[in-house]
Design a protein around this ligand. Structure first.
Ligand SMILES: C[S@@+](CC[C@H](N)C(=O)[O-])C[C@H]1O[C@@H](n2cnc3c(N)ncnc32)[C@H](O)[C@@H]1O
Length: 496
């Protein structure tokens, strides 16, 4: 703007300018009315909670970072996992592996009582020269117990933190973790079944189709035979048959590498699956068996032995860790899994290494049997089921009783077992009507103890009424599990 015009305007302000100036002056306080200005600090120090404080706060409050983490169903083999819904910086406290703190003797006792599928949530560690265990068996909706293993590039590390004189296991970020990433840490050990390489054929499209198919019905069993021809640099013949073979277990646990069957790949099923996130393990009571020849390490090496299970955990070391908090590094978890124990007992691996000059192709038939038993709703009230320690499955109706301590009491379990036997004898076990009756008879309440409860009696297996298991809490044998699943299949097919 030319200088002249500016000068002129300053001399003769327009009406609008005068009005604006008047309005402004209303807000201009005279010197005596002004609040004295605070002296500005020279450097502004943002108040940051340290990761240790953050962890301690969450420990004491008994809560997770719900707004920053979420549970997602990954695939039938890996099950659920924990994913970020916000960014974590390196060193941040991420989540606590919450559960009940018990000593070694109690842990051993519970392991005998629990079904193997439950024991995988028991985390043994050493603290003050003694072995302790966090029993995370209870499906309490907490996140820590659902974090999966990743040994090649985990993004978190487990540390032991003391709060109010008790040890707590917490995961801290090893690096920045972006939104939508699965939280992982290294379970330790070397031979977790899911870490093994498996033949490509088992993760092929055909195999994945089989898995997809299995979700279409509540219960379905499908078998895929895949013929694979490839050159063999060295062949380890691993006889994976039914029963307690380790290889069977390997697959039933998780031998398909993570991400092979992502939620996205499951297409339309993804939504359903995510909704079922909280349903019991039976909802993913997946059995994958394989009879295969796997191409792998030398046959002499005990590749199928699971380390760090059932033994002593290595001593923790105290000090200041990478995340700058006072902690103890926790040695790898000793989830004493079914996978592990069965691995020890049942594997037969035979060496059939090819001769060095044997360049012939190896023709391999892979048999993948995929069985799925899915109970994702209460048959009576259709609300979601969750598993509880002993009486099996519960639905929303049972929450109150659980809270009041009546549900799951030995009395109830025993009575339920007794009634189950009666029902079984009368041929009505497992029907919605029957469950309802059971509940009313026992408790005068609408308890939905579904079949699938660990209290199914031996008579399921034997076809006659035998009361041996009635009140005895002992782990289910493979035979019993098979019998129950068989029974389910026939029953569901008949009902459906
Ligand atoms: C503490 S639980 C973790 C939560 C589990 N994914 C679930 O859905 O309940 C440990 C079990 O998760 C599965 N798991 C953990 N890490 C895995 C991985 N990298 N690949 C496949 N399965 C895995 C195994 O079955 C293991 O026994």
């Amino acid at each position: 703007m030319p200088q002249k015009l500016v000068a002129k305007r300053q001399k003769n302000p327009t009406e609008e300018e005068e009005a604006a100036a008047a309005a402004c002056s209303l807000f201009m306080l005279s010197e005596e009315h002004r609040r004295p200005r605070k002296a500005r600090p020279q450097t502004v120090m943002p108040r940051r909670t340290t990761p240790l404080q953050d962890a301690t706060n969450h420990i004491l409050a008994g809560r997770d970072k719900n707004s920053m983490l979420e549970i997602k169903y990954i695939n039938p083999v890996k099950g659920r996992g924990i994913f970020t819904s916000a960014v974590f910086s390196q060193g941040d406290f991420v989540v606590e592996y919450r559960g009940e703190l018990i000593d070694a003797a109690e842990a051993e006792h519970r392991r005998k009582l629990y079904h193997d599928a439950r024991s995988i949530f028991m985390f043994d560690f050493t603290w003050k020269l003694k072995t302790w265990c966090i029993d995370g068996t209870l499906e309490d909706g907490s996140f820590g117990r659902l974090v999966n293993d990743e040994h090649k590039s985990p993004n978190c590390r487990m540390k032991l933190i003391e709060a109010e004189g008790k040890p707590h296991l917490c995961l801290f970020a090893l690096k920045e973790i972006t939104t939508g990433t699965e939280i992982t840490y290294d379970y330790g050990g070397k031979e977790w079944p899911w870490r093994k390489e498996i033949p490509h054929a088992l993760t092929s499209t055909a195999a994945q189709e089989s898995i997809k198919d299995s979700f279409q019905d509540q219960i379905r069993s499908s078998t895929v035979f895949i013929k694979e021809t490839r050159e063999r640099p060295g062949v380890q013949s691993c006889n994976m048959t039914s029963g307690s073979s380790a290889c069977e277990t390997q697959l039933s646990g998780a031998s398909i590498p993570s991400g092979q069957h992502s939620v996205a790949e499951l297409g339309d099923h993804a939504h359903d699956l995510e909704l079922n996130v909280f349903s019991t393990d039976l909802s993913r009571d997946t059995e994958l068996r394989a009879e295969c020849q796997s191409f792998g390490p030398t046959p002499d090496s005990p590749v199928h032995e699971v380390q760090c299970v059932g033994g002593q955990c290595s001593t923790v070391k105290e000090g200041i860790g990478e995340v700058g908090v006072q902690h103890q590094e926790v040695s790898p978890p000793m989830f004493s899994t079914d996978l592990a124990s069965e691995t020890k007992s049942g594997l037969e691996c035979q060496s059939s290494r090819a001769a060095p000059n044997d360049s012939a192709c190896e023709c391999t038939i892979h048999k993948l049997v995929f069985e799925l038993v899915r109970i994702d709703k209460c048959w009576i009230c259709h609300s979601p089921l969750t598993s509880i320690r002993w009486p099996g499955l519960r639905c929303k109706h049972n929450e109150d009783m659980l809270a009041s301590g009546t549900f799951g009491s030995p009395h109830l379990s025993e009575t339920t077992a007794q009634d189950n036997e009666d029902m079984l004898a009368s041929g009505t076990f497992g029907s919605p009507h029957l469950s309802e009756t059971t509940a009313q008879d026992d408790l005068g309440n609408s308890v939905c103890v579904t079949s699938g409860s660990p209290h199914l009696p031996d008579s399921v297996t034997q076809g006659s009424r035998v009361s041996s298991r009635r009140c005895v809490k002992k782990p289910w044998t493979e035979k019993e599990i098979q019998a129950v699943m068989k029974w389910f299949r026939s029953r569901r097919l008949a009902v459906g």
